[in-house]
Design a protein around this ligand. Structure first.
Ligand SMILES: [Fe+2]
Length: 302
């Protein structure tokens, strides 16, 4: 089944924030964890969700980020200002990036144009992104006992070099950001492939996630897959990945290997003319550039 990313999914999983930027909350009897918190303008919405869920938002122990993109961790500095005992966890590279002024300025610049859109959520709250400590450095094989339920950490590079997936074995729930791809459009929409840092790693990471046989996948945005549809989505995403590489190769061939030209034509044809992709054009083009550049590079090597 495919359901909107909101509300509760069984005894242990709840969703904070909103559909566009879900914060997946794992409720153990002793510890509570939220997976992803972005963008910064969403900060007050997560606090409101935690208040509703626990009576006191300070009952959240951990916030873990799936990767270093601003729409998955932009609200962590705000949450850490508000919730003083909250510990942040991610791949060590994320901890390094979140101390760099230039990275934080870019994140702020990316969310700034959305300020008006988020007026009802952020109001006049100070949601600025500042350097922040990630106290918990996460790696493949780590396991957190939350009380009655646990969280396993799996390295799933390919979307970014610092992508991690979090698996809750007791309920078969998987949270991986865009490491498992993005579902475009509405019901039964196509899968948008997202190998921004490495095609080979991305495929290997999909195989790794398929082997976990999840019964629930909390997507990066909008959707939750449950039951057989969870693993079925991963299989579809796996099938789509080499097809997307071939599509990029066709555009590169037509542009005689010119990356910029291939990106221009591909965005015009695949995005503007087909009109089936729902993500913002800027984000699509940025991601496309990374993928076309990467395919051009690996094809030169082989
Ligand atoms: Fe991402």
């Amino acid at each position: 089944m495919k359901a909107a990313a909101e509300g509760d999914f069984g005894e242990f999983i709840a969703i904070g924030g909103n559909l566009f930027y879900p914060g997946y909350i794992v409720k153990g009897s002793r510890r509570r964890l939220m997976i992803d918190a972005g963008i910064n303008l969403m900060g007050p919405a997560y606090i409101a969700s935690l208040q509703k869920l626990f009576g006191d938002p300070n009952r959240l122990d951990y916030v873990f980020a799936t990767h270093s993109h601003y729409d998955h961790l932009g609200a962590i500095p705000y949450l850490k200002r508000k919730l003083t005992r909250l510990k942040a966890g991610a791949h060590p590279r994320v901890g390094e990036l979140m101390k760099k002024r230039s990275v934080l300025e870019l994140m702020s610049a990316l969310s700034a144009p959305q300020r008006e859109l988020f007026r009802t959520i952020a109001g006049d709250e100070d949601v600025h992104i500042e350097p922040v400590d990630f106290e918990v450095s996460l790696k493949q094989g780590d396991r957190f006992d939350l009380g009655g339920v646990s969280c396993e950490v799996h390295g799933v590079p390919g979307h970014t070099r610092d992508s991690l997936a979090f698996f809750i074995p007791e309920v078969g729930a998987l949270f991986a950001g865009e490491a498992c791809g993005v579902l475009e459009g509405d019901k039964d929409g196509r899968v948008q492939v997202e190998f921004l840092s490495s095609y080979e790693d991305y495929l290997a990471s999909l195989d790794k996630m398929i082997a976990l046989r999840p019964r629930l996948i909390g997507m990066a945005h909008l959707w939750v897959f449950t039951g057989d549809d969870a693993t079925e989505f991963l299989l579809r995403s796996r099938d789509e990945t080499p097809r997307y590489r071939e599509l990029i190769e066709r555009y590169l061939d037509a542009a005689n290997g010119d990356v910029d030209q291939a990106v221009l034509t591909m965005a015009k044809t695949e995005y503007d003319e087909k009109g089936t992709i729902t993500q913002p054009r800027d984000a699509y083009v940025e991601n496309l550039k990374a993928q076309v550049r990467h395919v051009a590079l690996i094809n030169r090597k082989t």
